[in-house]
Design a protein around this ligand. Structure first.
Ligand code: GAP
Length: 445
């Protein structure tokens, strides 16, 4: 399948089945902002729940946090974002379009007569690159003036750094320990795109692990291994995941070492998570800008130090897109194309469809009873419209691993058929054994 065709098919399936819609679509949409529909919100929630479970609930050394999106503007001076969170931009004086100066479509050197605008084709109309800050600005309070400027956070990490002592003082943690947070972040990206891969509003799942200086490299390696395991555990194809080490020219201003988890998307290998050794840069800067001591006192060793930080930072939307791209397949079944999202059952938004074979002979009533019995235990979907084959296909596209059908035998034998999405084989299962049959199969790995 051609690479961009697969993305187009995914976007179309996402809309058709209610995973993702364009934001404000009836007004023509808003650039690179997307809304999650009934299935998308379940899928993304499963991603976040799995992350939270692995990072917070399954461990004794990580605490959760939910910091506000709006923060004191000095936070962003201390973090380096006001001065350095920029992209170099060029404008075309002819057609007024704006590009990143490293846009591969630009021929020649921006600012020079040879440079050619990739949209209108004019020569010599591109300006010299100038730096454009990616943070969204707004105003706090009724007066729109410089003194009231606040930013929508471009990463969730800073909310963790400024709360690190609050968490330390209110929990029983000692270094080494971590703080995890899931929340919205905003970036006025210049070259957004590829559906929900790069958007202007997105969710991050970030964890900052505070360690004694000198132990940071060891923790960094542990976290790399744990994070890759997590991506495998949600069902992503291991052969489509790899590490990319940042070279000296790529390293962010705060990092001593950085590795990206990359996935092989239809549009190439791209980052879905970053693991960074941020040293004591962040705590040092907040100590300097706030005037408050950020040191940790190790009572047992009677020593004070600024902890180093190992950060793991994944995008919830990007992981959701990765799951969809990884799960998408087309099969030829008896001359017809069957589209399947082959999600791992533990991550699938709906676990089972429940259908009466026909709308008579008491079948809808029985199916409805089964549906209501299962619904409190896991997400199920009732469907009685159209031919049974069509209903199976709709569930295949939604990535539902099982379909339960009430048929003529159900009344007499108290059994139903359970059809598996991937093999399309059917088994007869006793109605009162359905939950026991399905639960181990849909449990998260
Ligand atoms: N605190 C470190 C940090 O924010 P980053 O590499 O800029 O590092 C981390 O972002 C992750 O956040 C990325 O790996 C990606 O999954 C997600 N992310 C970043 N920008 C994004 C965007 N514009 N749209 C969707 N996800 C984004």
């Amino acid at each position: 399948m051609a690479e961009n065709t697969l993305m187009e098919k995914l976007v179309s399936l996402a809309k058709r089945r209610g995973f993702v819609f364009q934001s404000s679509e009836i007004y023509g949409g808003l650039g690179s902002v997307w809304d999650y529909g009934p299935l998308g919100v379940e899928l993304k929630k499963n991603v976040k729940d799995r992350w939270w479970r692995a990072m917070v609930h399954a461990r004794d050394d990580i605490e959760g946090l939910d910091a506000a999106i709006l923060m004191h503007p000095k936070v962003w001076e201390a973090s380096g974002h006001v001065a350095g969170f920029t992209d170099p931009l060029v404008d075309c004086k002819q057609c007024k379009n704006r590009f990143r100066s490293d846009d591969k479509r630009i021929k020649g050197t921006p600012g020079q007569p040879d440079a050619q605008c990739p949209v209108c084709g004019s020569k010599g109309t591109l300006t010299e690159p100038r730096l454009f800050n990616l943070m969204f600005k707004t105003f706090m309070g009724p007066v729109e003036e410089h003194a009231s400027v606040v930013y929508l956070r471009p990463e969730t990490a800073q909310g963790i750094y400024v709360n690190y002592q609050n968490v330390l003082n209110s929990s029983r943690q000692r270094v080494p320990f971590g703080i995890a947070q899931i929340g919205k972040a905003f970036r006025n990206e210049i070259t957004p795109g590829n559906f929900i891969f790069r958007t202007r509003e997105f969710e991050q799942m970030e964890m900052q692990f505070f360690v004694k200086p000198g132990t940071d490299e060891e923790w960094f390696e542990k976290w790399r291994a744990w994070r890759m395991e997590w991506h495998h555990s949600i069902g992503l194809t291991p052969a489509k995941l790899r590490w990319h080490a940042h070279g000296p020219g790529e390293l962010a201003h705060y990092a001593k070492a950085a590795y990206d988890v990359e996935y092989e998307f239809p549009f190439g290998w791209q980052e879905i998570e970053g693991v960074h050794n941020r040293t004591d840069f962040d705590l040092g800067r907040h100590q300097e800008y706030s005037g408050k001591k950020m040191e940790y006192f190790d009572q047992a060793a009677n020593e004070r130090y600024l902890p180093y930080i190992v950060e793991t930072s994944a995008g919830a939307d990007r992981v959701t897109l990765t799951l969809m791209a990884d799960a998408y397949r087309e099969e030829n079944v008896e001359g017809e194309t069957r589209v399947v999202l082959g999600f791992d059952p533990g991550i699938a938004p709906i676990k089972a469809g429940v259908f009466p074979l026909v709308k008579k002979d008491g079948m809808p009533e029985l199916a409805d009873r089964i549906y209501h019995d299962l619904k409190p235990q896991f997400p199920v979907f009732y469907d009685d419209s159209g031919a049974i084959g069509r209903r199976y296909r709709r569930m295949d596209e939604a990535g539902t691993p099982f379909c339960i059908t009430v048929d003529g035998e159900t009344q007499t034998a108290q059994t139903v058929t359970v059809r598996a999405r991937d093999s399309m084989t059917q088994e007869r299962v006793a109605v009162d054994q359905l939950a026991a049959y399905l639960l181990p199969k849909i449990r998260a790995r």
